[in-house]
Design a protein around this ligand. Structure first.
Ligand code: ADP
Ligand code: MG
Length: 323
């Protein structure tokens, strides 16, 4: 066990040099400079043991994900990540736990060139709160409210991998070699999401609305539909599913519901049809699939159709995904 100030010293020592940090960890508040002509995007998310991650999760994964889920929110705004603060509640300062936790936090921060500039340390049941700050050229941030009828709906990467890993936890069937590889891919997607920062920035001026897929595709697109005053129609046969998911869940009818399970940290966005070629170029440039999965129309809510035009219900909750 070490004292709180030693822990704070340790955290400070993990931070690299950053021109924007005029005053960092150690004073009463951080003082930060951002690029002239830019605005600050700020977001915060708390992870609570037993709610947002299982009690036996690896501390490095918890730290990584606590940062990544916040970075994903910045990406959805089209912002470039810059700074973060860390509020830690710990039952005790056990470095066997805290050191890998800090390693995970630092790994995620470094991926996106972010610096930790302050925080708070308190005693209590373990929880971790990250506040992330990013910058975006004045007036260009992406929002949930800009979609309009006629737009196309896109999603990045693949959906459902994390939800499948979560649903299978502790109940994986016996797997062949290919199945084992697929399993570890899915588990990586759950433990270590890669927020789509480069995509978010590139979508400024292209996307009419954007959101990161954290709670589940239908719920998240529902926010765009409500705030934009439109209806969104998704063709479930167009949902991008990974080969890993298709290996682990061979029955096609059972695959697509996972795409609604959440924890994907992909970006879902809308764009007018004339942006289609720009989006195609972006996918090539970023080496990231950008798949058109539906359309925006007048009305409200999120509606699912299958390939034959039949209406499908939105799958709800992880229980649904249990096979
Ligand atoms: P105060 O009582 O003035 O709020 P603290 O003792 O809480 O001061 O914090 C001292 C300094 O250490 C501050 O700069 C604060 O931002 C930083 N700090 C405290 N806890 C953390 C943490 N978990 N991660 C990063 N910085 C921290
Ligand atoms: Mg304090």
């Amino acid at each position: 066990m070490i004292a709180e100030f030693k822990l704070i010293e340790r955290i400070a020592a993990l931070q690299g040099a950053d021109d924007g940090v005029r005053i960092g960890i150690g004073d009463d508040a951080a003082v930060l400079a951002i690029t002239p002509g830019h605005e600050l995007a700020v977001t915060t998310d708390t992870l609570v043991a037993g709610v947002h991650f299982p009690l036996d999760a690896a501390p490095a994964d918890i730290g990584y994900k606590a940062v990544a889920v916040n970075v994903s929110d910045l990406a959805a705004m089209g912002a470039t990540p810059r700074f973060a603060t860390l509020a830690l509640t710990l039952p005790s300062i056990d470095m066997g736990f805290v050191e890998p936790l800090l390693r995970g936090i630092t790994e995620a921060l470094k991926r996106d060139f972010m610096t930790l500039v302050g925080g708070d340390t308190t005693r209590g049941p373990f929880s971790i709160t990250i506040t992330a700050m990013g910058e975006v050229p004045q007036g260009t941030s992406l929002t949930r409210s800009g979609a309009s009828a006629g737009d196309h709906v896109y999603v990045s990467g693949t959906l459902g991998d994390a939800a499948a890993a979560l649903a299978m936890r502790g109940r994986w069937p016996a797997l062949q070699e290919a199945g084992k590889l697929a399993k570890s891919r899915l588990e990586q997607r759950l433990a270590k999401p890669h927020p789509r920062v480069a995509l978010g920035s590139a979508l400024r001026g292209i996307a009419s609305a954007c959101i990161d897929v954290s709670d589940g595709l239908a719920q998240d697109l529902g926010h765009i539909a409500r705030l934009s005053g439109v209806a969104i129609v998704i063709d479930v046969s167009l949902l991008p599913l990974s080969r890993a998911l298709q290996t682990v869940v061979p029955d096609a009818e059972q695959q697509w519901p996972y795409a609604f399970g959440g924890d994907d940290y992909e970006l879902a966005f809308c764009a007018p049809p004339q942006s289609a070629s720009a989006i195609e170029r972006l996918a090539t440039e970023l080496k990231l699939p950008l798949t058109c999965i539906g359309t925006v129309g007048p009305g409200q809510g999120v509606h699912l159709l299958d390939h034959d035009g039949r209406v499908r219900d939105v799958p709800r909750g992880y229980e649904h995904f249990r096979t």
